[in-house]
Design a protein around this ligand. Structure first.
Ligand SMILES: C[S@@+](CC[C@H](N)C(=O)[O-])C[C@H]1O[C@@H](n2cnc3c(N)ncnc32)[C@H](O)[C@@H]1O
Length: 502
């Protein structure tokens, strides 16, 4: 670490060493610790933009030729940044970032490196379909390898087996996934590289903040430290179509900071020429300095960072878990439960197509909030409509109201129960017991934490249903035949639901 700090300072970084030190935190790797009480709004370190490592600052795209870079589609997705980082590392002592790159981990606990047997443990969770190993490898074979072959002068043949392997590609991708920042260019463009940017690039750049996700966000500090958007840029976006990654950058020193649920006390801000890590709360001497990764559910934390967060949770009556956990319920499970054998029939096909065309969701998100998502109830109701009602609904162009009643309730229950069966075991007790065992490997422990967290959400949803049923029968016994609307989760078709990722 001393080498890294010396390199950082030598290259224009300024670290307040009276305030912050880098140290090991058992279970979280390196992190930053406050050496004395630090007030809010204090700058702990700054670094020039030129010290960040991105496709804008690496000299590879220019050496390769921008035209050719684009021809190999290296300006889209992560392949270009990965290639820049591999190339910079291959430069050895000649490379500007070599000391930084040498300080980064070469092993990760993320599921992309897990065995098939370990991945089985994640069955049913939101992790499995999003690991993206095949897509990543396709990029390696279809973009990187051909590009590398065209320039033996840049990618030396005796370096290929060391620095440009598929394994190295995954390591570099994982470094980006767990450590990169989204550093927008200063309005008007960052001086040194502005001329490299074509008009098409510039247009894409306006979207960079919602594009392929970086690990962490950076804020514009022109307002002198405004409140920070703690939403991770990636939460849903790394699977959307937009692929511009020119603002994604590795930010030495800033990526030393760990994160924990609801613990952020420092954030990275950007200025025209430099970035600065500024405290957003007073921090006591000895406390850890935390950035935020967006307070993600454990499924996302595990997939991107290789760790999970467990804190006392209100939805678990104080037991340990992650308050941000969610369960994804795919619309096809809902269709199967509601329509049974007829689910592939033309009648339902039309309704489903209409729902999707009108912007309805094909994945519903259940979280720890006891209110069930309105979109799910609305979708169930759409499938239940009589032909006449369906025609009217389509004419009006409005989704059915998320009305909860005796018809919907058992279907929702069945949906949640069916969803529970997608895990290795629907039984929560089994996982709770497993977690108590000390002989678990880290990966298995993480898998159990993720799936137990999701199963607890489903158990909570089933409990909510029981309350809602009880409320229905109260209403029924009071003479209104159980038809009154009991609960709704906000606006129909919005809120806790989203498009499927694939
Ligand atoms: C941005 S880096 C932070 C620096 C990192 N600890 C290191 O040693 O280089 C993110 C990585 O730190 C670790 N990490 C961060 N916060 C953590 C936490 N709350 N619990 C466990 N590991 C954590 C994870 O391995 C994650 O991939």
């Amino acid at each position: 670490m001393d080498d890294f700090v010396a390199w950082f300072q030598h290259n224009g970084g300024v670290l307040d060493t009276s305030m912050m030190a880098i140290t090991d935190f058992p279970g979280s790797g390196r992190g930053a610790v406050a050496l004395q009480d630090i007030p809010e709004n204090h700058t702990i370190f700054t670094l020039p933009r030129s010290l960040t490592l991105s496709t804008q600052t690496s000299s590879l795209p220019s050496a390769f030729g921008f035209e050719e870079w684009r021809k190999h589609k290296l300006h889209k997705g992560w392949a270009g940044l990965i290639l820049c980082m591999m190339w910079e590392e291959a430069q050895g002592n000649q490379g500007k970032w070599i000391t930084y790159l040498a300080s980064l981990p070469t092993q990760f606990d993320t599921p992309i490196f897990w065995s098939d047997e370990e991945l089985q443990e994640l069955q049913g969770t939101a992790v499995v379909d999003k690991i993206g190993r095949d897509e990543a490898e396709r990029d390696y074979h279809e973009k990187l390898t051909p590009a590398i072959k065209t320039r033996p002068d840049l990618f030396l043949s005796d370096q290929i087996d060391t620095w440009y392997t598929l394994h190295q590609y995954h390591i570099t991708g994982s470094r980006i996934l767990s450590r990169s920042f989204n550093v927008e260019r200063w309005e008007g463009g960052i001086e040194q590289d502005a001329e490299h940017v074509t008009e098409e690039d510039s247009n894409e750049d306006t979207q960079a903040n919602t594009s392929v996700g970086s690990a962490m966000d950076v804020d514009d500090s022109a307002d002198g430290g405004a409140a920070v958007d703690e939403e991770s840029s990636d939460r849903d976006s790394d699977d959307e179509e937009i692929e511009d990654t020119s603002d994604i950058a590795m930010v030495p020193m800033a990526d030393i900071l760990n994160a924990r649920y609801d613990s952020v006390n420092a954030k990275l801000f950007y200025e025209k020429h430099h970035l600065q890590m500024v405290t957003t709360k007073p921090i006591k001497a000895g406390e850890q300095i935390f950035n935020t990764y967006g307070d993600l559910p454990n499924s996302d934390l595990l997939r991107r960072y290789g760790h999970v967060d467990i804190v006392p949770c209100p939805h678990l009556k104080g037991s340990l878990g992650n308050p941000q956990d969610v369960v994804e319920i795919r619309a096809d499970l809902v269709v199967n439960v509601v329509c049974g054998d007829l689910s592939t029939g033309e009648t339902y096909r039309r309704r489903i197509d209409w729902w999707l065309d009108e912007g309805g969701d094909d994945v519903f998100i259940i979280d720890a909030d006891p209110v069930l998502p309105a979109a799910l109830t609305s979708f169930v109701r759409l499938l239940l409509l009589t032909q006449e009602e369906w025609e009217k609904t389509r004419e009006k162009g409005r989704f059915p109201k998320a009305k909860f009643d005796y018809q919907v309730s058992p279907l929702l229950r069945r949906i949640f129960e069916m969803r529970l069966t997608s895990y290795q075991s629907p039984d929560l007790e089994v996982d709770a017991k497993l977690l108590a065992s000390e002989s678990l490997t880290l990966n298995k422990r993480h898998a159990i934490v993720v799936r137990l967290g999701e199963k607890q959400i489903l158990a909570g949803a089933l409990e909510t249903l029981r309350f809602m049923d009880a409320a229905l029968s109260d209403v029924g016994s009071n003479g209104s035949k159980g038809k009154r609307r009991v609960a709704s989760g906000g606006t129909t078709g919005g809120g806790k639901s989203k498009k499927a990722r694939h």
